[in-house]
Design a protein around this ligand. Structure first.
Ligand code: TYM
Length: 328
């Protein structure tokens, strides 16, 4: 049976990109597969967060996972740092990960450019830690957004390399998974390509209706269509991509037609988009508030999740140690 795994770095709150790129798939997959969903707090250490922020932000994401519909009875939900087995596998994978290939990873190059004073080894070996997260449960399906494709390629590289090096067929080769059948990328509303925390252009799941309206009404647009049935420029396509994610097909088609016959009014489109986002997020926001207030429940769920995850992780690690030649 397929083993599904995915994770999110706890560096703030979940936003629409996280939801449509990842969490919405998690919710669906948990009914069909053996799923592991974790909070990647080790990954967030590359930027040196304060201890109190680490504790708080893991709980925040946990509350948001649950509010979106992740169910600890169906899935194993855990915090990465509660499963130390991952780190041992990370070490083994690092022994067969090479400087040249790690330096060529686009997100490493970007971060190294943006933060030249903090090009640490953890940043360089981010892809091997991500591979360890995936391989520690011998996962086969990894629901992620499009921006994670290169990290997924690295995970496949390290799985294959381990198998080849030791002449075994131990790690399955993990595949990316997306509900839409291809990677999804939710755009920002500021004309930049991607909605993301570091881009500062997010609509957060906990945003209240007034905030959502304000953010959507401010979205960058253009002077309007210049000819019937013309191709949409990127900033307009971005609005339609969001509409495609949150609105009904009828709504999408209505505005698409208006674009094609040049009668579109961006103000109307934005109002509708804002309303549909609000309708989608309101129940989630209410549940986030409830779960966030119940830290006892959150801690219990994290503890039980870690116990389950460690059983699976320990089994993999025993096998891996034996394959490598260590005492088990
Ligand atoms: P992170 O925390 O940056 O993002 C979490 C998930 O949200 C998706 N995502 C998006 N999808 C579509 N459009 C967007 N604008 C958008 N923004 C974010 C991401 O693709 C991701 O699926 N390296 C990972 C965390 C991680 C992980 C793993 C994931 C660590 N280990 C093992 C899967 C398996 C990350 O930084 O995601």
């Amino acid at each position: 049976m397929d083993i599904v795994l995915s994770g999110i770095r706890p560096t703030g709150n979940l936003h629409l990109g996280n939801y449509y790129g990842a969490v919405k798939s998690f919710v669906k997959l948990q009914d069909e597969f053996n799923c592991y969903f974790f909070i990647a707090d080790w990954h967030s250490l590359t930027t040196h967060p304060k201890p109190e922020d680490i504790r708080r932000s893991a709980r925040t994401i946990l509350a948001e996972y649950l509010a979106c519909g992740l169910d600890p009875k169906k899935s194993t939900i855990y915090i990465q740092s509660d499963v130390p087995e991952t780190i041992e596998l990370y070490l083994y994978l690092n022994m067969n990960a090479y400087l040249g290939e790690l330096e060529r990873v686009t997100s490493f190059k970007e971060k190294a450019r943006k933060q030249p004073d903090n090009v640490n080894a953890g940043l360089l070996t981010y892809p091997t830690l991500m591979a360890a997260d995936i391989l520690i449960h011998r996962s086969t399906k990894v629901p992620v957004g499009k921006d994670q494709e290169q990290n997924m390629e690295m995970a496949r590289l390290y799985a294959n390399r381990f198998n080849n090096k030791y002449g075994v067929d131990y790690f399955p080769i993990p595949q990316s998974f997306s509900l839409a059948g291809r990677g999804i990328k939710i755009p920002g509303l500021d004309g930049s390509g991607k909605m993301g925390k570091s881009e500062g252009n997010c609509i957060y799941l906990y945003d209240d209706p007034a905030v959502i309206r304000k953010k959507v009404m401010r979205a960058v647009t253009d002077a309007g269509p210049q000819a019937p049935n013309s191709e949409k420029p990127e900033v307009i396509q971005n609005l339609f991509t969001l509409l495609g994610a949150v609105s009904s097909k009828e709504t999408y088609d209505y505005f698409d037609e208006k674009w094609n016959d040049m009668s579109i009014r961006y103000g109307d489109l934005k109002k509708q988009l804002a309303q549909d986002i609000i309708d989608t997020l309101t129940p989630i926001r209410e549940r986030i508030a409830e779960y966030s207030a119940n830290t006892e429940l959150l801690d219990r769920i994290a503890l039980e999740g870690a116990e389950k995850a460690r059983v699976s992780a320990a089994k993999t690690l025993r096998d891996v140690r034996e394959i490598i030649g260590f005492r088990v």
